[in-house]
Design a protein around this ligand. Structure first.
Ligand code: UDP
Length: 311
């Protein structure tokens, strides 16, 4: 049986990846320090003989006995409010954590995948964003701790590929949503759904004209799994190219939930990207991948999840 190490296993994406890798017949070692992860996302996997959980911070030396075929490094605070609260940890998990795990990948001869991000493009001046765009990031702004950690992570990973021959995969993940997001993680969709369900004001930042392109988690996981199985060593955008304004997203949540909540406008956070939309030509061509779940279906599933959690 093949063994995979998944860091950030108790997080939103990490836990869905654990499910997928178990379903694909892997033995899964899930690692998390639980600073933003939720151990209950793994409750259903804990009884399985081919799942093991290590409570560990990957910025410290990482030891895993036995063979490892693949490492998927998905640990990091990933919501703007989290990396504002934990700027140093965010920088460390992308830099020291990545270095430790690359060392482990090299020692074990394991494939190494990193969860990079659309944030490497910063507040983009090219639209939609393709993988060739180098980005527009403010290194010392509030988001810089995440953006630069992820940019360093890509550079370090590529250096291990070039100089040590580690077999790498770099997925640039765009806004993703679905079950197991934390209701209070501060991101737009969890905020809007929680506010709508609890009858609170819906907080749109700025005038809501900024855009995002939201991908349902199952589509994202499919893209990631295909990338892992490909032999492509360069960055690939995985995201849903259907772009909407944040105001429209709020209105759709209001429509779906039939809430009486009203939109209120709050200050736009500093360096908030004005637009974001992935060019997924590469994923289509190399992986034969494109997203399948539309927003109506994805929002409905997410609403059901948040209703359950909040009741
Ligand atoms: N946003 C908002 N209200 C909220 C949370 C976020 O209007 O309660 C906005 C935020 O300013 C950004 C967009 O929604 O323009 C997406 O924010 P999110 O934190 O989900 O992710 P980002 O794409 O900024 O990393």
């Amino acid at each position: 049986m093949k063994r995979v190490l998944i860091t950030g296993a108790a997080g939103f994406l990490g836990s869905h990846l654990c499910d997928r890798m178990i379903a694909e017949g892997f033995e899964v070692i899930g690692m998390d320090n639980l600073i933003t992860g939720n151990i209950h996302n793994l409750d259903h996997l804990m009884p399985l003989a081919n799942f093991h959980f290590y409570h560990h911070d990957v910025t410290k030396f990482v030891h895993v006995p036995g063979d490892i075929d693949a490492i998927m490094h998905f640990a990091s605070p990933a919501s703007p409010i989290d990396y504002l609260k934990m700027p140093i940890q965010t920088l460390k998990v992308g830099s020291l954590g990545t270095h430790n795990l690359l060392g482990l990948a090299r020692a074990k001869g394991a494939k190494f995948m990193i969860a990079s991000t659309s944030e490497v493009y910063g507040d983009p001046l090219v639209h939609p964003q393709n993988e060739e765009y180098w980005g527009n990031v403010n290194p010392i702004g509030p988001r810089g701790v995440y953006d630069e950690a992820k940019r360093f992570q890509e550079a370090m990973t590529m250096a291990y590929h070039t100089y040590h021959g580690v077999d790498i995969r770099i997925v640039r993940i765009f806004n993703t949503y679905g079950p197991r997001m934390r209701t209070n993680d501060g991101r737009a969709l969890p905020a809007f759904f929680s506010q709508a369900i609890e009858g609170r004001d819906i907080t749109v930042f700025g005038d809501g004209s900024q855009t995002r392109s939201f991908c349902y988690v199952d589509d994202l996981v499919e893209g990631i799994y295909r990338l892992l199985n490909s032999n492509y060593n360069y960055p690939v955008n995985i995201g849903n190219p259907v772009e909407i304004s944040i105001k429209q997203a709020a209105e759709e949540v209001i429509g779906l939930t039939k809430t009486k909540s009203k939109i209120v406008y709050k200050d736009l956070p500093k360096d908030d990207p004005k637009v974001r939309k992935p060019d997924i030509s590469k994923a289509k061509e190399i992986l034969g991948w494109s997203p399948k779940v539309d927003r109506v279906e994805g929002f409905r599933k997410t609403y059901t999840y948040f209703k359950d959690v909040l009741s």
